[in-house]
Each structure stands twice: as structure tokens, then as C-alpha cells.
Design a protein. Structure first.
Length: 534
């Protein structure tokens, strides 16, 4: 009888832990930034009633997936560790386990905190290393402990949003074929307030080759991690990056959930604050990319992108023979389709470079930079960066909008503007190249049977781009393919009938939103600011 009442008391205490208070939910929605605070009030605050609704819904699911959360621990400050664990205990989704590996912590307060937490919650599974073995060994140990079909990674001083695992599990139930899921994230300041949001694009394999834009929150099908051999200790510091690059080789089904579900803590010892705190991490990132090129039989060299902050990389692919490509300059804003189809039909080039009448390459290497990324089999088109005579950006990537008139990111900003997520200065995936600065692979052109003759103007290329995406040919923006121009097409005054044909044909796609542009960012201004109007 005593055991019964003891178990009942533990269950009651556990239920108290597992339900957040309204005060906690409000506190966790406070920001350092005024604009972000306004956005959080609209989109980032989960009420206790909403939390309870999610919990009830999840409890009714049949065959809900068990999610194992992996958290290595080393001398974590107790108040950070408590908050980290509490953010898991208060998940609206109940079917989880937390696998904690103490990697030889020497601070007694950390050990005492860990013991207390584990004693009060059987969902916390703990393993102790006698000596520090490194985050990779601790992570692999936690994965071995895990019983779940899916693995989530949580750093020992970070925090999950209360609805994080619910949204991950819901996506898995709706699409059981999903292998990898990731969410948006923000940071926690030293005061514990949220800021520095990171609203990511959909799955972008070439963007990933410029740096790990994905990490936090990441959830993997466990089978994939086991298939690639788990975490590799030789890449410590960039082990997460190395893992997703190897998993990407398996052509996984990847799902982006555009919600801020992870809060990355910034403090004096974290790489989030001191980018030089872990120099070895960036060396490991370079080696991870070099290995990736070898596995994919691509020839090139890797270096850090010195124009940007640490953790951004640049791949230099080997030069292409000049006999492989043909450059054409458009001689008329109309007859766009005819000029391009004619060039392919009357030449055996593998790549066609299309430039506007007023667009010129900056130097002799520009064209090679533009076409070099077409060596990747899944890349069918590329586009470059264009600046004007005043050294301002004319083109640094387009975003398709429901109106059919694309948004020109950072147009008229100084050419050295990096932009949000370094958008203008990294090689990345886009949905549409600029019609006056692009390259097309012959295989793509042949697969799609050329540009559609129903279009006469630049909308032929927009249509061709979206058909390319449908056929799994991706499009890459290459900022190191540098062009100058005195004048470009004005999209706002183009043929209304062609724009209408394009928007009618692609209405569903356009309404869903450009996959390479986060839905929480503005479509009204070109500075990638927050969309506060919806």
C-alpha cells in the first residue's frame, strides 16, 4: 500500500512538472528586440489553453512515434540544465525520452543537479562517463541508449519551445516517409530573452554546402543515423554539420517546419557568442565539406568564406572547358523563348549562358563561376550577382510572389551588404534565376523540351524554372559570378497577358509561397525583414 501511495504521489508531482504555467509561457516569449517582440506577440506565444489542446490531441493519437532526445552534459551550470530539462518535461507532446550522458563532469553542482532531475522523472535516462571523452562520444552513447524511432538533438544549455515535439510528431504522422525534420530557431541572450531569429528556407542542398543553415532543431529517423555510422569523432565541433552532409547523400525526405521551436543560448563559453572560442570547429567544417566532395565525385577545393563571419564556406569547383558552353546576349526583350531555344538547337554546347543586352561579366573568371555549379547532377540552372555603375546591387536573388512580379532582394543596397543569413554572399538555392543573367544545362533543357513557346518574354524563363523544380532540377544563385549592368528589365511593366498566363498556370505553387523564402519574412520590402502584417 505504501508503494501505491508513493507511486501516486510521484505521478502527481510529475504531472505538475509536465504542465507549464501561464507565467512561464509568457516569460519564455520575451524578446530583446522590439520588432521581434511584436512578432512574438502575434505568432510566438503559446497560451496554456492552446498547450492543453495540443496535449489532448496528442494523447489521442494511435501509434504515435517515440522521440528520443539526445543531450550530452559537461559541467553545465545548474540553472541552465534545469531550464533545458524543464523545457522537455513541459512538452505538449508526451511520448518522448531524454537520454542524458554526463561526459565526465567535474563540478559537483552539475552532478548533484543531474542526480536530482533523474531521481524525480523516470523519463530521464542517464549514463555517466568516468572521464571526459568529448561531445561526439557522449552523443553516440546517448544514441545507443535511445529507444525511439526518431532522434532529436538538444544542447545541454538550450531550450525547446513547448510545442516543438508536437509539431515534429504531427508532421511525421501526416507524412510517415519523412526522414529528417528541422525548424526555425532564435537565440537566448545572457539575460534569458529571445532575439536573433533565424527563419530558414525549405530544404536547400546547395545552401547547405555554404554552411550549416539547418542546425537546431534537428530530428532524424534513427535508421539514417545508424546507416551512416553515427557521429564521427574526427569532426568534433562540426559533428552536426558532418552528420547532415552524410545523411544528405542518402537523398532523404526532408521537412522544414517554419516555426521557432528551438532557443540557442548565448553565453560567454558558447560558440554562439564567441565565434573564435572553438577554432577547431571551423577546420572540421572544411574537412566535412572536402569529404562530401570526394563522396560525390566532385572536384574542387574548400575554404572559409572570408567575406563573412565564421562558419560560412566557399567551394571552388574546377574550371570547365570553354568548349562546353556558349554565351548569348539577348538582342530584344521580346522573342526570349525563340532566342534561347534557337541557341540550343543550333549548337552542341552543354551549357548556355544567357546575358541581357546591358549585362557584362566583371572578369574572365565570371562565366566559369556561373557554370561551375552545373557540374552537380541535380543542378539545372544557375544565376549570378549583378551590380550597377554605382556599386549597388541590382540582383542578389529573386523571390517569386503570388502577383507574378518577383521580389528583388536587397536591390539598390551597397554591393557589400551581406543581408539576412548572408543571403547576397553565399551560394544558395533559389526558385528563379534572373532572366538576364543565368546559365542552363542542356540536359535540363532537353528534359523539359525547351522553353514553352506560349511565352514570348522573360516569363518563359520563370515558367521553365518552376518546371525544372518539378523535375527535381535545382537552381543555384552564385554570388561569385559577378556581373555589371547599366540597365535591367523592369518586371513591373512587362506584358500583362504573359504575367497572367504564368500566374494562372502556377497559381497553387505561388500561393503556397516561394520555398526558398521563409513565410515569416516580408514580401513588401526587399530587406528580408519580419512580416508583421499577418
Amino acid at each position: 500500500m505504501l508503494n501505491f501511495w508513493k507511486a501516486r504521489k510521484q505521478k502527481i508531482e510529475l504531472e505538475k512538472i509536465s504542465t507549464p504555467t501561464e507565467q512561464t509561457l509568457r516569460q519564455w516569449s520575451n524578446s530583446e528586440w522590439i520588432e521581434y517582440q511584436a512578432w512574438l506577440c502575434r505568432h510566438g506565444f503559446l497560451t496554456l489553453h492552446a498547450w492543453q489542446t495540443l496535449r489532448t490531441k496528442a494523447q489521442q493519437w494511435q501509434n504515435a512515434p517515440l522521440i528520443s532526445i539526445i543531450t550530452p552534459i559537461y559541467n553545465t551550470l545548474p540553472h541552465y540544465l534545469y531550464e533545458c530539462v524543464y523545457s522537455v518535461q513541459t512538452q505538449a507532446y508526451p511520448k518522448w525520452e531524454l537520454c542524458l550522458v554526463n561526459d565526465g563532469s567535474t563540478q559537483e553542482e552539475t552532478l548533484n543537479c543531474l542526480t536530482e532531475l533523474a531521481d524525480n522523472d523516470q523519463r530521464l535516462r542517464v549514463h555517466h562517463f568516468n572521464e571526459n571523452q568529448g561531445i561526439c562520444a557522449a552523443t553516440n552513447q546517448a544514441i545507443q541508449m535511445a529507444k525511439g524511432q526518431y532522434i532529436a538533438f538538444l544542447d545541454h544549455d538550450d531550450r525547446l519551445a513547448p510545442n516543438a515535439l508536437f509539431l515534429m510528431a504531427e508532421a511525421i504522422k501526416q507524412q510517415p516517409e519523412i526522414d529528417v525534420l528541422y525548424s526555425d530557431r532564435d537565440m537566448l541572450s545572457p539575460r534569458g530573452l529571445r532575439f536573433m531569429h533565424l527563419f530558414k528556407p525549405a530544404w536547400s542542398p546547395e545552401t547547405l554546402l555554404s554552411g550549416n543553415y539547418l542546425f537546431h532543431l534537428m530530428v532524424y529517423r534513427r535508421e539514417l543515423i545508424e546507416k551512416v555510422g553515427g557521429i564521427r569523432a574526427d569532426y568534433e565541433g562540426s559533428q552536426d554539420y558532418d552528420l547532415i552532409l552524410r545523411v544528405a547523400d542518402l537523398n532523404p525526405t526532408v521537412k522544414h517546419i517554419p516555426k521557432v521551436l528551438y532557443h540557442w543560448r548565448q553565453h560567454e563559453q558558447s560558440v554562439a557568442m564567441a565565434h573564435n572560442a572553438k577554432e577547431y570547429a571551423y577546420d572540421a567544417g572544411i574537412r566535412a565539406l572536402e569529404d562530401t566532395l570526394k563522396r560525390r565525385n566532385l572536384n574542387g577545393k574548400v575554404e572559409e568564406n572570408k567575406q563573412l563571419w565564421r562558419g560560412n564556406y566557399r567551394i571552388h569547383f574546377n574550371s570547365m572547358p570553354t568548349s562546353d558552353y556558349l554565351v548569348i546576349h539577348l538582342n530584344n526583350k521580346n522573342h526570349y523563348t525563340e532566342q534561347i531555344n534557337h541557341a540550343f538547337q543550333n549548337n552542341d554546347c552543354q551549357y548556355l549562358v544567357i546575358l541581357g543586352k546591358h549585362v557584362q561579366p566583371i572578369d574572365d573568371n565570371t562565366i566559369n563561376e556561373l557554370i561551375s555549379w552545373l557540374q552537380i547532377p541535380e543542378v539545372g540552372m544557375t544565376t549570378g550577382k549583378i551590380v550597377d555603375i554605382h556599386q549597388q546591387l541590382l540582383h542578389a536573388g529573386l523571390v517569386q510572389r503570388p502577383s507574378g512580379i518577383p521580389l528583388m532582394l536587397y536591390k539598390h543596397f551597397p554591393k557589400d551588404t551581406a543581408g539576412y543569413m548572408a543571403t547576397t554572399m553565399i551560394i544558395r538555392n533559389v526558385s528563379t534565376p534572373h532572366p538576364e543573367c543565368c546559365a542552363i544545362k542542356r540536359k535540363t533543357w532537353e528534359k523539359l523540351q525547351g522553353l514553352d513557346k506560349k511565352f514570348d518574354t522573360l516569363y518563359a524563363l520563370f515558367d521553365f524554372s518552376l518546371r525544372s523544380l518539378q523535375q527535381n532540377y535545382r537552381i543555384v544563385y552564385q554570388p561569385f559570378a559577378y556581373f555589371s549592368a547599366t540597365k535591367l528589365i523592369n518586371f513591373d511593366v512587362y506584358k500583362e497577358e504573359e504575367k497572367n498566363l504564368f500566374t494562372e498556370r502556377w497559381q497553387d505553387w505561388l500561393q503556397q509561397g516561394d520555398p526558398y523564402y521563409n513565410p515569416h519574412l516580408t514580401l513588401e520590402l526587399n530587406d528580408m525583414g519580419l512580416d508583421l502584417g499577418h
